[in-house]
Design a protein around this ligand. Structure first.
Ligand code: NAD
Length: 337
């Protein structure tokens, strides 16, 4: 069994911990947190050994009645791999710790691409992470774009991608984020940083992205235009996408008109935390004009990177190839709406 440490047990970390626990070949060795809160409490309830990420604050856990298994260094030392899911920029500070204990590490999309040996998306460049020591699982938006671009490149060739990302202002738990009543060009500079991030996954990709932020918490929405290297019928693209396990094509008859109903559907089918690990592409929106493809997709920012972290663990440790890992992860989590 692969022994996995999770450093940073917030929005992403707690989801990765649950997903790792469900895998047939992995175990959660422990999770590390900086301070006691409701997530620390649930980590203990779920039976995850809880480690103190910051030594000077370890007493706070005892004061809150939470038992600590030890300092984060013990966890990193014993683990086969660590998933760093700390806030943006903290992963970079933690790198020296992982190097000291020679524990390979996964970082999240908030870190710089320059921090790591390779950026990672299971569908697009799994092999690049094999035997790497430091790997970055790209952001929710980059993951969502990569999953669509990879099959299109293989099937038809891609000349140019243009994407407008309508981004949620914050996650449901991020009570201090906004805007509350506005629509922001964000970042206001064009193209946005998202395009270059997708280029860390693909060689020779021409992509421009524009970003906005809106008063929403549930999901991001992408408006996508891909100029293909040949003229393609929209039905053919629908068939191509239907074969992709992490693309959910929303059928017209479901009458899902936006993120609200998507999340409602996720709750109805019993998804944990109403998570949607798949890209949600409106089937009717898939249209072609000559060699230009257009579509809308919803991206659940809190969860689409979770199966990618699980696959990155196997890639780094050389435990499976892309196809086998993706299949195992999908089956263990129940991916495929
Ligand atoms: P979060 O704030 O919800 O969780 C981070 C956790 O790390 C918190 O529990 C925090 O207390 C803990 N922490 C802070 N400093 C720490 C330290 N030094 N050691 C250990 N733990 C520490 O953040 P998040 O949303 O889970 O984001 C984590 C990473 O994932 C970021 O790089 C972010 O960019 C990326 N990401 C976030 C989302 C999203 O929508 N939330 C999506 C994709 C990727």
């Amino acid at each position: 069994m692969i022994q996995v440490a999770i450093n940073g047990y917030g929005t992403i970390g707690k989801r990765v911990a649950d997903a790792v626990r469900q895998q047939p070949d992995m175990e959660v060795l422990g999770v590390a947190k900086t301070r006691p809160n409701f997530e620390a409490e649930t980590a203990i309830d779920k039976g995850f050994p809880l480690y103190a990420a910051i030594e000077e604050r370890a007493d706070q856990f005892a004061e809150a009645g939470l038992e600590i298994a030890g300092p984060v260094e013990d966890l990193i030392d014993e683990a086969d791999i660590v998933v760093d899911a700390t806030p943006s920029g903290i992963g970079a500070e933690n790198k020296a710790l992982y190097e000291e204990y020679e524990t390979p590490a996964l970082y999240q999309g908030g870190e710089d691409a320059a921090l790591v040996d390779t950026s990672f998306n299971a569908r697009s460049n799994f092999e690049d992470a094999v035997d790497a020591d430091h790997v970055r699982v790209v952001s929710c938006n980059t993951t969502g774009l990569s999953r669509v671009i990879a099959p299109l490149r293989e099937a038809y060739g891609v000349e140019k991608v243009r994407a407008t990302l309508v981004r949620r202002g914050g996650d449901p738990g991020q009570t201090g984020r906004g805007p509350i009543n506005d629509i922001l060009p964000n970042p206001v500079t064009i193209p946005s940083h998202h395009g270059p991030d997708v280029e860390t996954i693909f060689d020779d990709l021409d992509i421009d992205t524009l970003g906005m932020k809106v008063p929403a918490t549930l999901m991001h929405m992408h408006s996508l235009n891909v100029t293909l290297a040949e003229e393609v019928d929209a039905d053919e693209v629908r068939e191509l996408f239907a074969d992709e396990s992490r693309l959910f094509l929303i059928p017209e008859h479901m009458d899902i008109d936006g993120s609200g109903k998507l999340k409602e559907y996720a709750m109805d089918v019993g998804r944990p935390r109403a998570d949607i690990w798949e890209n949600c592409i409106w089937e009717e929106s898939i249209s072609t004009v000559g060699s230009d493809l257009y579509l809308f997709q919803g991206i659940h920012q809190e969860s689409d990177v979770v199966p990618e972290n699980v696959d990155a663990i196997r890639a780094v440790l050389g435990e499976a190839d892309a196809e086998a890992s993706i299949e195992t992860t999908n089956e263990a989590l129940g991916i495929g709406l």
